[in-house]
Design a protein around this ligand. Structure first.
Ligand code: FES
Ligand SMILES: [Fe+2]
Length: 455
C-alpha cells in the first residue's frame, strides 16, 4: 500500500501543526505489513480459547477495578476473569493484595459479592477463615484434621497486584515484568488527566454472545460508525481519526469532536447533534447556523471556559484533549475514552468456558466539583450522575444481551456484533482484511501473536 490519502483533502491528523513530541502530535507508524489475517479460529475455537487462557491471560496485567473500591482496610472487590475469580483487598497494614477467590479446604469461592468490607475472609461453606493478608486464621474443629493435611497452615493463593492512575491491575504471572514496563508510553500520555482523582459514577456489566475480541476490535476503529452510528457521525469526523501505535500493543485513536463527518452532504449545515455539543459547552447553536466547518476554535474556547466554571483546571490540557475523545487501548482488553471531565472505560472479559460469549463492562469515571450544576456532557452517557463528590459509589448493574441499558450507541454495536461472530466461523470466510482506518487492529494482533504465535 502506498501512502494513505484522504479523499476529503484533510490529513489523518488531529492537528497538522502539532509540534513533534507535543501531546497531540502523530506518532510515526511502525512497519506492520499488510497480511490478510486468516487465522479466524482465534474468534471461535475452543482449542485456541484454552491456549489463549494460558499464554495471554495468565501472563498479562489486567485491569481488575478501581483502587477507590478497596480504599480502607477490609474493603475488597471481586474480579472475575475467564474461569478465575480474584479478591482484591486492602489489608490492616494498608497494603493492597490480590488472592484467588478460592478456599483451601474444598475449593469453595470465598466471596460472592461485587464489593464489600470484611475483617476476615470466612468461607461460606465450613467457616475456615483467613486474615486479610492471606494467612490462615482458623480451621474450624482443627482437632479433627491430621497434621499431614493442615500442617502447612495453607495461606490463600496470591496473584500480583499493582496500581496506576487509580486502576488496580492483577497479574497471575508471579514473574511478570513490572506494570510500569508493561504500560509503556501510556502513563506518559495519561498522567496529565490525573485519572486517580476520578470517581465511579456508572458501572454496568453485560453478557454478549460474541468472542471478547470481536467486541474489542469494534472499539478500536471508527470505520463502522457511518453504518452503525448515524447520530455520532453528525458530531464527529469519523473518517479522519488520528491513529497512534505505542509499545506492547497499546494504542490511541483521537476522535475529532465538533467536526461532522465529511461523508455527510452540505458541509456547512449545523446538525442537531453539533447543536447539543455546542449548547453543553455554553454556546448558542443559533450563532453557528451554516458554520459547521468552523466550530473547532469557538468550541475549544467554550470548553475551556466551561471547565474553568467548575474548577476543573482545563489549562493543563492541549486543545485536542479539551475537545476530543482520546480513545486509548490498554492491551489486552480495555478501551479508555478519555476526556478532561472523565473517562468512559470499556472492558471485555472472556467467558469462563465459552469462546463465543464475553462479558462487556462499561464504567464511567468522572471528576467531581463542588460547584452546583456540574454535569457530564451527553457523550459520557451518565446524565444523572451525582458529581458532588458526596454520592456513594453506585452498585454494579448486570444486563443481558438484548436488554436496553448500555446506552444507545453501545446498543447499536450490541445488535451488530453477533452477526460478526456468526460470520467469522463460516467456511466461506477468507480472513480479516484491514484498511488504514483499522490500523490499530493490525498493531494489536501483532502483539497478540507475540503471546500466541500463529500455528
Ligand atoms: S470449602 Fe471452605 S471451609 Fe470448606
Ligand atoms: Fe460502535
Amino acid at each position: 500500500m502506498g501512502e494513505v490519502r484522504s479523499i476529503f483533502g484533510r490529513p489523518f491528523l488531529i492537528d497538522p501543526d502539532a509540534a513533534p513530541g507535543s501531546p497531540d502530535a502523530k506518532w510515526p507508524d511502525p512497519p506492520l505489513g499488510q497480511n490478510i489475517l486468516t487465522d479466524h479460529a482465534i474468534y471461535h475455537s475452543r482449542e485456541h480459547f484454552a491456549r489463549e487462557w494460558n499464554d495471554l491471560w495468565a501472563r498479562t496485567w489486567n485491569i481488575a477495578g478501581r483502587e477507590s473500591d478497596a480504599a480502607r482496610p477490609g474493603d475488597f472487590f471481586r474480579f472475575d476473569l475467564g474461569p478465575e475469580s480474584f479478591i482484591v483487598v486492602r489489608g490492616e497494614d494498608g497494603a493492597l493484595r490480590a488472592f484467588y477467590n478460592v478456599c483451601q479446604h474444598r475449593g469453595s469461592q470465598l466471596v460472592d459479592e461485587d464489593f464489600g468490607r470484611r475483617r476476615k475472609l470466612v468461607c461460606p461453606f465450613h467457616s475456615w477463615c483467613w486474615k486479610l493478608d492471606g494467612r490462615l486464621d482458623r480451621i474450624t474443629d482443627r482437632e479433627t484434621f491430621a497434621d499431614a493435611v493442615v500442617a502447612d497452615e495453607p495461606p490463600l493463593a496470591a496473584a500480583r497486584v499493582a496500581t496506576w492512575g487509580g486502576f488496580v491491575f492483577v497479574n497471575m504471572d508471579l514473574h511478570a515484568a513490572p506494570l510500569t514496563d508493561y504500560l509503556a508510553e501510556l502513563p506518559g500520555i495519561l498522567d496529565v488527566y490525573r485519572p486517580e482523582d476520578l470517581v465511579v459514577v456508572k458501572d454496568v456489566s453485560a453478557t454478549w454472545p460474541i468472542n471478547w475480541k470481536i467486541g474489542l476490535d469494534a472499539f478500536m476503529e471508527g470505520y463502522h460508525a457511518h453504518m452503525r452510528h448515524p447520530e455520532l457521525i453528525r458530531l464527529i469526523d469519523d473518517y479522519h481519526f488520528q491513529h497512534d501505535l505505542f509499545g506492547r500493543g497499546h494504542s490511541r485513536m483521537i476522535i475529532p469532536f465538533a467536526r461532522k463527518s465529511p461523508r455527510l452532504p452540505d458541509p456547512d449545515a449545523l446538525t442537531p447533534e453539533l447543536g447539543v455539543l455546542l449548547a453543553e459547552a455554553g454556546l448558542d447553536p443559533a450563532d453557528f447556523a451554516g458554520r459547521a466547518q468552523d466550530l473547532r476554535a469557538p468550541y475549544i474556547a467554550a470548553r475551556r471556559a466551561w471547565g474553568e466554571r467548575y474548577g476543573l483546571d482545563f489549562g493543563r490540557y492541549s486543545d485536542s484533549q479539551v475537545a476530543d475523545d482520546w480513545n486509548l487501548n490498554v492491551f489486552p482488553n480495555v478501551t479508555l475514552n478519555v476526556h478532561p471531565e472523565g473517562i468512559l472505560v470499556m472492558r471485555f472479559r472472556p467467558h469462563a468456558s465459552d469462546p463465543e460469549t464475553c462479558h462487556y463492562d462499561v464504567w464511567v469515571l468522572a471528576r467531581t466539583s463542588p460547584v452546583a450544576g456540574f454535569r457530564l456532557p451527553f457523550y459520557m452517557d451518565a446524565p444523572d450522575a451525582d458529581l458532588s463528590g458526596q454520592a456513594p459509589r453506585p452498585a454494579r448493574r448486570y444486563i443481558r444481551h438484548g436488554e436496553d441499558g448500555m446506552g444507545a450507541v453501545l446498543d447499536q454495536d450490541g445488535a451488530q456484533l453477533p452477526l460478526v461472530q456468526r460470520g467469522v466461523r463460516s467456511r466461506g470466510f477468507g480472513g480479516v482484511r484491514l484498511g488504514y482506518q483499522e490500523i490499530r487492529l493490525r498493531h494489536y494482533y501483532e502483539e497478540y501473536h507475540r503471546y500466541l504465535p500463529a500455528r
